[in-house]
Design a protein around this ligand. Structure first.
Ligand code: MN
Length: 292
């Protein structure tokens, strides 16, 4: 229980947190796109890598009947090393709890970076249900297993030290990514993911990713479900693997993506940096929408 006390907010007070005021005011809820279900993961609140403003913009433009938080939402590992919790990170927690209060079913499946919440499996915090994994049934009746994905690390990463080596390189890349995008912002250019670009170029990362995807799909197949939805590897994807539907909702550190289900059961990945860039290049259409 010692790990949880390191967090700034106390769990008992969380239920009333929605009654406070966020730093970034919420947009009117009437203008939101409505989905049957939304999946987000790998937000890494508590780290500088988290694109909090972009996620706030996302949460203020979409709504759903159910929202799955597919792990690594709060980065307990990073917070143990150095405490970092800006107001925008509180704003995200506020928005999630507010949604729960308004009637969205929120399912939180802790990942490896927020494994401290796994001890609360089965509990409900202000309408946020904590589960180890979940089964989502789509509008057209397909059964999808929802899990974070770190449970397969032992298989995908045969050498533990190799994983830590990756960690250091990854952290350096994240720092570079932040600087690069600060410069791009200053130059008026849209967000661009350096590591996403690098990953596509690095063969090792590609083989790790495809191995992860195959193992997760195989496990889902063994459990007799139609498909699987994971996070963890920060790589959004929709593809079929040996008759199993594999979905990954990506992350909010690099790609800034979410997975959504439409009311007819069709699935889609939303690339939020692109959506924001498209909106900014057409400010008049947004203004028209607001006026309508
Ligand atoms: Mn993870």
């Amino acid at each position: 229980m010692a790990t949880i006390t390191r967090l700034s907010f106390d769990v008992a007070g969380l239920a009333d947190f929605h009654a406070t005021t966020p730093t970034i005011p919420e947009r009117p809820i009437g203008e939101r796109r409505k989905y049957r279900a939304i999946w987000i993961s790998d937000v890494h609140l508590g780290t500088r890598g988290c694109n909090a403003e972009m996620l706030i913009d996302f949460l203020d433009h979409v709504d759903s009947d159910v929202m799955y938080l597919v792990g690594d939402i709060i980065d307990g590992w990073a917070m143990k090393k150095r405490f970092y919790w800006p107001a925008t990170h509180n704003d995200i927690v506020w928005r999630v709890l507010k949604r729960a209060k308004r009637g969205t079913e929120i399912v939180y499946i802790p990942g490896n970076h927020d494994e401290m919440f796994r001890q609360f499996t089965g509990l409900d915090f202000g309408g946020v249900k904590i589960k180890r994994q979940a089964i989502h049934t789509t509008a057209d009746g397909r059964r999808l297993l929802v899990l974070h994905g770190d449970e397969f690390d032992a298989i995908t990463m045969s050498h533990r030290w190799l994983a830590h080596l990756g960690d250091a390189a990854y952290e350096m890349m994240m720092t570079l990514n932040r600087w690069l995008n600060a410069v791009r912002r200053w130059m008026g250019l849209p967000y661009w993911s350096l590591s996403k670009y690098a990953k596509q170029k690095v063969k090792n990362a590609v083989s790790f990713i495809s191995k992860f995807e195959e193992i997760v799909a195989r496990e889902a197949g063994a459990r007799g479900v139609d498909g699987v939805i994971a996070g963890h590897i920060h790589k959004a994807e929709i593809r079929g693997i040996d008759g199993i539907e594999y979905y990954n909702d990506g992350d909010w550190v690099e790609g800034c993506t979410a997975l959504v289900e439409q009311y007819d059961g069709s699935m889609e990945i939303l690339h939020w940096a692109d959506e924001m860039a498209a909106r900014e290049s057409q400010p008049e259409s947004e203004a028209r929408l607001a006026a309508a």
